[in-house]
Design a protein around this ligand. Structure first.
Ligand code: ADP
Ligand code: ASP
Ligand code: MG
Length: 448
């Protein structure tokens, strides 16, 4: 059995966290491949090493001295090594890096957060260190060279047996360091799991799994124990960001499940993410609720539109021309809406509407801004007719005005638009009705 274990920033933030990682890795001989992020926050208003390195770049850019900032970063690594009795000459190595910092690329500088963290972790765990620049191969356009990466990883396994790999970066064939997007250590872990044909991709973080709602909005939300990749996509897209959005693709394609686990509470079950979630007596109607504020919808009404070919295509073409990506297109018989991120059209919305007037000749166009979208996600909803009606019902009873509704094509989510100011309350009433009152809502009968 092969398990890839990726530890996020908070899991490697200080010596105490390193000890927990060691206990976790040592407790299971299948955990032979470890991926780490750069040391993250030790307490809530602490800084992540990655953020500090980005700040170093900004200093260099503006020709501001960053000696003391570099000294702070060095001190964090030095303290880690000292407290853990690690022999690696971290101060000397960090100073070598600092002394040539102005000659280094911004991506190289930021990548050193994971590089130094992984160096220390490798020695602490007694495992070989594998530089991601020798394993994760990028094309020049920033996409991954899957074949070369697989070859490099397999070679490394032959050579080293097991290893600690820094997340978040890789290199092109000519050695130029490239970064993933923020949170990209999750992607490294997924790519490694795929190359190794792992049985599971374990993602160790600071929560005991994927929660059914944002804990900043709902008090103590239930943990989701089993979730499908599709449900997870819907929830992550709408802001439930435990895993980096792109991280599911490499493993999903080859059927490797992802397990979210808590480094601080390894005894907890966590969440398992698979293609299909096997059914048990405890199937829930709704898996989770997520949402985001500040969308904008343009509603277009045009009589006999259902008979006119190409109206929606032309409307979308206008948004494309302005480089705006469209989130949703709720449609009616003679009307449709285009929902976009408010920030994306801040300066262009009136030109866009003007172009729509000219090119579509609609009967009316109206604009709804300060729109919050809430996605109610559940693989079982399609088997329970009337769920959307009940969602609208509870919002109506709470006096919350629904500005828009749409449903995903696989019927695993219902998306409702409400005013920004009703956002938190709407999530809470839906949660209360469908998740807290689970005795009422559990899908019985169909699932035995
Ligand atoms: P790591 O540093 O381990 O990669 P992240 O900060 O990237 O961790 O992701 C974990 C965080 O995701 C949690 O601490 C939590 O604040 C946040 N989060 C957002 N939505 C959810 C959710 N629905 N369930 C669990 N955690 C969530
Ligand atoms: N250290 C990087 C970040 O803070 C990548 C990661 O944490 O996965 O975004
Ligand atoms: Mg993360």
């Amino acid at each position: 059995m092969i398990k890839v274990a990726k530890f996020g920033g908070s899991s490697v933030a200080d010596a105490g966290q390193f000890k927990k990682v060691k206990d976790i890795v040592r407790s299971d001989p299948d955990r032979r491949f470890v991926v780490v992020s750069a040391a993250g926050k030790r307490f809530s208003d602490d800084n992540k090493i990655t953020d500090l390195l980005l700040l170093v770049n900004a200093h260099i850019n503006y020709h501001v001295d960053c000696t003391s900032l570099l000294a702070d970063i060095e001190e964090r690594f030095v303290e880690l090594a000292r407290e853990l009795g690690i022999k690696y000459p971290i101060a000397q190595k960090f100073e070598e890096f600092s002394s040539v910092i102005k000659s280094l690329s911004p991506e190289y500088i930021v990548s050193r957060g994971e590089w130094f963290t992984a160096r220390l972790m490798a020695e602490y765990l007694g495992l070989p260190f594998l530089d991601a620049a020798d394993a994760i191969v990028f094309h020049h356009d920033g996409t991954i060279d899957t074949e070369r990466t697989a070859t490099q990883v397999k070679d490394a396994v032959q050579r080293l047996g097991s290893f600690v790999l820094p997340g978040f970066y890789g290199a092109t064939v000519d050695g130029t360091i490239k970064l993933f997007q923020r949170g990209g250590g999750d992607i490294t872990g997924a790519i490694l799991a795929r190359c190794l044909d792992a049985d599971v991709y374990e993602n160790w973080t600071d929560v005991s799994g994927f929660l059914s709602a944002d804990p900043r909005i709902v008090d103590n939300p239930r943990t989701i124990h089993r979730i499908t990749f599709d449900e997870m996509r819907e929830l992550s897209y709408m802001g439930a960001s435990v895993l980096q959005e792109e991280a599911i693709f490499p493993v999903r394609e080859v059927g490797i499940p992802i397990q979210i686990k808590n480094t601080n509470r390894p005894d907890k079950r966590g969440t398992i993410i698979r293609e299909t979630a096997e059914e048990g007596a405890q199937e829930h109607l709704i898996t989770g609720i997520a949402g985001k504020k500040d969308f904008l919808a343009v509603h277009v009404q045009k009589a006999h539109m259902s008979n006119a070919v190409g109206v929606i295509r032309r409307a979308l073409g206008i948004f494309e021309r302005y480089g705006v990506s469209v989130e949703h297109i709720p449609t009616g018989v003679d009307s449709f809406g285009v929902v976009v991120n408010g920030a994306d059209v801040k300066d262009t919305i009136y030109s866009i509407i003007n172009d729509m007037q000219q090119e579509l000749k609609p009967d009316s166009i109206n604009l709804v801004d300060k729109l919050a979208l809430i996605s109610v996600v559940g693989r079982n909803m399609s088997r329970r007719p009337g769920t959307s009606g009940r969602v609208f019902g509870v919002l109506g009873e709470a006096g919350i005005n629904i500005r828009m509704i749409t449903q995903s094509s696989q019927e695993i989510s219902i998306i409702v638009g409400v005013n920004n100011e009703d956002f938190e309350r709407a999530i809470n009433v839906i949660y209360e009705k469908f998740v807290s009152d689970e005795m009422v809502d559990m899908v019985r009968g169909e699932v035995q």
